[in-house]
Design a protein around this ligand. Structure first.
Ligand code: ATP
Length: 296
């Protein structure tokens, strides 16, 4: 078989259809209960064989240094496989940063999946997830994708059937949120509302979109103090969203819609006030190679 020189990977962003904090673990981390949904908004990760390790993120302000999740993923892969090789990584970022949409985790997942194919390493999904978990709590989900119930610190993951067909309008305000700061705020203030992840799982299994929306919620929302949260949710609901909530630790807020038409018309209605708006739908997969085509 011909040696591969370059692969391109699509790595989906995620939304939290529910996020609850159910306590603290013995190690001090927050014990979470979440429904995570991959969406059709993608990081495009291009990997080329090279003797050296390099990273460029055209047009993105994210630093391409050793703290970048893509570099961490490449180093973890080479360390684990023992391969004496490098890679030239180019990431075309489409997922907003500090949004609660796990763009950095998607980049790490994209690098792991891409290197596995580029170098024919044949690591299993569980090996990739174990490598990914050391880089970030959301990386295993970024590898698995689809719809999952995720618990613990993000390490206990159960694949669910696909979320009932729907559309999302995602609004990114003109500020981001740091995840550690969001949890620190939660520790001070707590939350009086908690989503019902169990009921949401049942609704997903029953293909009941109204039930999915009724059980949706985010325990980090109340304490987030994010300036535009309430205004964005109100605007999305006034424009047809069945429900609206913050994703992850913020700052992005999204509405769930029954049709593409409704989601797009809501996006148009809020664009004047919040220009960074995305329309997407559920994606059934995780990070995957899309070229060369003969690989598929
Ligand atoms: P999560 O939902 O996992 O908390 P997020 O969407 O809130 O994710 P990201 O955009 O994934 O946050 O990453 C936030 C921070 O991580 C950024 O401020 C950035 O400095 C750092 N970072 C490291 N690598 C990356 C990367 N490849 N892409 C984006 N941010 C990265």
């Amino acid at each position: 078989m011909a040696k591969l020189n370059c692969v391109t990977v699509l790595a989906p962003a995620k939304l939290n259809l529910a996020l609850d904090v159910v306590g603290l673990l013995p190690n001090g981390y927050h014990n979470l209960d979440m429904t995570m949904q991959a969406i059709t908004l993608y990081e495009r990760v291009v990997l080329r064989r090279s003797q050296n390790l390099s990273l460029t993120l055209p047009g993105s302000p994210v630093a391409a240094n050793d703290s970048n999740t893509a570099i961490k993923a490449a180093l973890a892969f080479f360390h684990y496989t023992g391969l004496l090789a490098g890679v030239e990584i180019t990431i075309y970022k489409n997922v907003p940063v500090r949004a609660g949409m796990a763009g950095g985790s998607a980049d790490a997942a994209g690098v792991l999946v891409g290197l596995n194919v580029l170098y024919g390493a044949k690591l299993s999904m569980s090996e990739l997830c174990a490598l990914g978990a050391k880089i970030g709590a959301d990386v295993p989900f970024a590898l698995m994708g689809g719809t999952c119930r995720v618990q613990g610190v993000g390490d206990v993951m159960k694949a669910l059937p696909p979320c009932p067909d729907c559309w999302f309008t995602v609004v990114m305000p003109d500020y981001g949120v740091s995840t550690p700061e969001a949890f620190a705020a939660y520790d001070k203030v707590g939350s009086s509302t908690h989503p019902d992840c169990e009921a949401q799982e049942k609704a997903i299994r029953a293909e009941d979109l109204a039930g999915v929306c009724a059980a949706a919620g985010n325990a980090l929302e109340e304490c987030s103090g994010a300036r535009d949260n309430e205004a964005i949710k109100t605007a999305l609901k006034e424009n047809g969203a069945v429900t609206a909530l913050m994703t992850g630790s913020g700052a992005a807020v999204f509405g769930i819609f029954e049709s593409e038409e409704a989601a797009r018309s809501a996006a148009e209605a809020v664009r004047a006030q919040w220009p960074q708006v995305y329309v997407a739908r559920p994606d059934r997969g995780g990070a995957r190679v899309i070229s060369p085509k003969w690989m598929l």
